[in-house]
Design a protein around this ligand. Structure first.
Ligand code: ZN
Length: 397
């Protein structure tokens, strides 16, 4: 079957104006003005997009798809994500990862969840590892994981500057980076080390030390949560100016009684002022991760669960507040992520690429989501709800 997205305003992310997009077998096979469907050899589904913007499906590179957390004990382990939670928020490609808990959560469980989501219709990858170093792997090494396990595209989230980290030294992080680098080269993957940066005293200093004292390139490490503290963010600007990629976490909102944090909008304003190349900036959600707050003595004050909905909520504000152009804003969660992670066929609306698309109404609400050519969301409602759909419990008698 063919599908035509008819007369939408395409941001691919570059502005392509009003076009038709022809989809077949999960791929974009033609983009042009007024495609004549009568000449097509198979049944054709038409999706009218006259008053819509069409953009690439979003890529969220930091989601605890198999759950995370546990900082307040076992009852605070966060739940697995469901398919529709991702798709209704425009996410058609997700990178799953473990966090602080690499004991009761496993890379095997993470891989199984990623495979399940893929079976349900979206694209998935994973980072091997968890907060700690030596980290959690499938095989005897990170290098082998990258070479042998298709879905593994890097390592993470490895924690630094955090009381929950392994308190890694320069040597520990350098060795991990070296494993990731060679594994990435041998497998033809990005081999990125995705680095969780906490609220610790030294911020990104350990990353700078590794870069300055080894032959690893700065692009080997991708620090995230960089907007969680202002003093950390100033280091992150420096990191980006030196050529590194930095990731911002959506959903971080300043609190009167908390440390000085930066919302994505504020962080991007600073990055523009510092003349950082915006291609080196990505945004992720930390969805389904735990969001614990600790006091200055390290005691936990409160804990909640992150949601992937903050990804588009924050990025669309960049457009609404005229901070970035439409293409620049969309790039933060599409082609920039695909380039960093070397995701072939992802991040753009282009002939030969996967048919992962989001249709936005004029107020930038998510209306329709297409993953691999299949309509997953229509009028903001999930058509596909995954294997068990709504939780239904039956008792046998
Ligand atoms: Zn984290």
């Amino acid at each position: 079957m063919f599908t035509v997205i008819r007369n939408g305003h395409l941001f691919a992310p570059e502005d392509m104006g009003k076009v038709d997009i022809l989809i077949c077998a999960g791929k974009i096979i033609h983009i042009g003005a007024l495609i004549n469907v009568s000449g097509l050899p198979l049944e054709t589904k038409i999706i009218a997009a006259d008053n819509m913007y069409v953009v690439p499906g979003f890529i969220d590179q930091h989601v605890h798809i198999a759950g995370g957390g546990g900082e307040a004990g076992p009852a605070s382990r966060t739940p697995e994500i469901k398919l529709h939670q991702l798709t209704t928020n425009g996410i058609t490609t997700v990178v799953g990862l473990l966090g602080v808990d690499g004991v009761s959560r496993s890379v095997a469980g993470l891989l199984a969840k990623a495979r399940g989501l893929e079976q349900e219709g979206i694209s998935t990858y994973i980072y091997t590892g968890a907060y700690e170093i030596p980290t959690r792997t499938f095989t005897d090494s990170l290098r082998s994981d990258l070479v042998l396990i298709d879905k593994v595209i890097g390592c993470g989230e490895i924690a630094i500057s955090d009381h929950r980290s392994a308190q890694p030294t320069l040597e520990m992080l350098a060795k991990l980076g070296a494993e990731a680098r060679v594994g990435g080269i041998l497998s033809g993957k990005a081999g990125i080390v995705h680095v969780h940066v906490g609220e610790g005293k030294k911020g990104l200093q350990l990353l700078f030390d590794v870069i300055n004292n080894t032959d690893l390139p700065i692009t080997q490490f991708n620090p995230t949560h960089t907007n969680r503290l202002d003093r950390l963010f100033y280091q992150a600007i420096d990191y980006a100016l030196k050529g590194g990629y930095i990731d911002l976490t959506a959903g971080i909102n300043p609190r009167d009684d908390g440390p000085r944090v930066l919302h994505v909008v504020q962080a991007v304003k600073y990055l523009i002022d510092a003349k950082v190349n915006l291609k080196q900036i990505t945004v992720s959600s930390d969805g389904n991760g735990s969001l614990p707050h600790f006091d200055s003595a390290g005691n936990m004050e409160s804990i909640s669960v992150g949601s992937v909905e903050v990804l588009w909520k924050d990025v669309r504000e960049l457009i609404k507040q005229n901070i970035l152009s439409f293409p620049e804003a969309i790039s933060l969660i599409t082609c920039n992520v695909a380039a960093l992670l070397k995701l072939a066929g992802k991040g753009k609306v282009k002939v030969g690429y996967d048919a992962d698309l989001v249709l936005l109404d004029k107020d930038l609400n998510i209306d329709t989501v297409i993953a691999g050519g299949k309509v997953m969301v229509q009028c903001g409602q999930a058509l596909e709800k995954g294997y068990f759909k709504e939780a239904a419990f039956q008792t046998t008698s």
